[in-house]
Write a protein that binds this ligand. Structure first.
Ligand code: GLU
Ligand code: ZN
Length: 283
């Protein structure tokens, strides 16, 4: 099997140092294994994705010295694949419609005596309000969010769910049923106005692109547990994962969370070279 990595940015803003680190690391790992590095544009959020940002991504990555095969996969062109997977999960009774608002969820999740509601990879863990009563038969609804019934999902496979991690938390990471039910819960797989979700799309696209090694920031480590579940349910292979440390500023604050995180384009306009960027991210 060919060693294949990818970089999958969302064209919703400029690439900054953290993105450069992730892309360069994925590229270097592919090179080191005589493998292949792919690019994928994650533009399912049509309210935030902009063609200008996508163009800037190609330009910045090429300037950094990265090369990738064409055509580039764009999630906005993949709805048929997402629909197919949603239909499959719906037919197995693993999805249910949910129209709870954020406020409904926050109210239902915070029992006064227990304090703040538990947070999962997607925010507050869904308290299950619609799980029992929602209709799961007939045609899959396309006009409202669909949640994965995690309790039912874990019954679909044996308890031997894990992924292999090669980042600094390396080893085989077990994903047990209790963690999935209690710490992740019924996540949304098809969002309103989107017809899919980050989790569903990323899993289907990594499989469609034949990605053997997913390289990305460790902020997505917990989300990987969701991805492994979806791979099991959809009969897809589980790649090896490499979650890298996040690039921080001198004060230890995550670059991606900093409002003034410096864009690669800004360094370029100041005359910095790709070698300078590599030096800054220690690659
Ligand atoms: N589009 C995601 C992001 O920019 C990529 C997540 C991933 O690599 O799986 O954060
Ligand atoms: Zn609901």
């Amino acid at each position: 099997m060919i060693f294949r990595t990818r970089f999958a940015p969302s064209p919703t803003g400029p690439l900054h140092l953290g993105h450069a680190y992730s892309a360069l690391l994925a590229f270097d790992m592919a090179q080191a294994h005589a493998g292949e590095f792919l690019l994928r544009i994650e533009d399912i959020d049509k309210s935030r994705a902009r063609p200008e940002w996508e163009a800037q991504i190609y330009d910045d990555l090429a300037w950094l010295g990265l090369r990738w095969p064409h055509p580039v996969m764009r999630q906005s062109e993949r709805q048929a694949a997402y629909d197919g997977a949603l239909d499959q999960l719906w037919q197995h009774g693993l999805l249910y419609p949910c129209t709870c608002s954020r406020a409904d969820i926050a109210a239902a999740a915070s029992a006064p005596q227990e304090g703040a509601p538990l947070q999962g990879p997607d925010g507050i863990i869904y308290p299950g309000t619609c799980r029992a009563s929602a209709c799961r038969t007939g045609l899959r609804p396309t006009n409202c969010p669909l949640r994965l019934d995690m309790r039912k999902a874990v019954e679909c496979f044996d308890n031997n769910v894990y992924f292999t991690e090669t980042g600094h938390r390396h080893g085989d990471i077990r994903v047990d049923a209790d963690t999935l039910i209690l710490e992740i819960g019924d996540i949304v797989l098809s969002r309103r106005d989107m017809g899919t979700s980050y989790h569903l799309s990323v899993v289907l696209d990594d499989a469609a692109q034949g990605i053997s090694n997913v390289v990305r920031g460790e902020d997505l480590f917990e989300a990987t547990k969701i991805h492994v579940v979806l791979q099991k349910l959809l009969g897809l292979p589980t790649p090896t994962y490499h979650h890298h440390c996040l690039i921080r500023d001198a004060a230890g604050k995550r670059l991606a969370k900093r409002d003034d995180a410096r864009a690669i384009s800004l360094y370029r306009s100041e005359g910095k070279t790709p070698e300078d960027i590599r030096f800054m991210v220690e690659l």
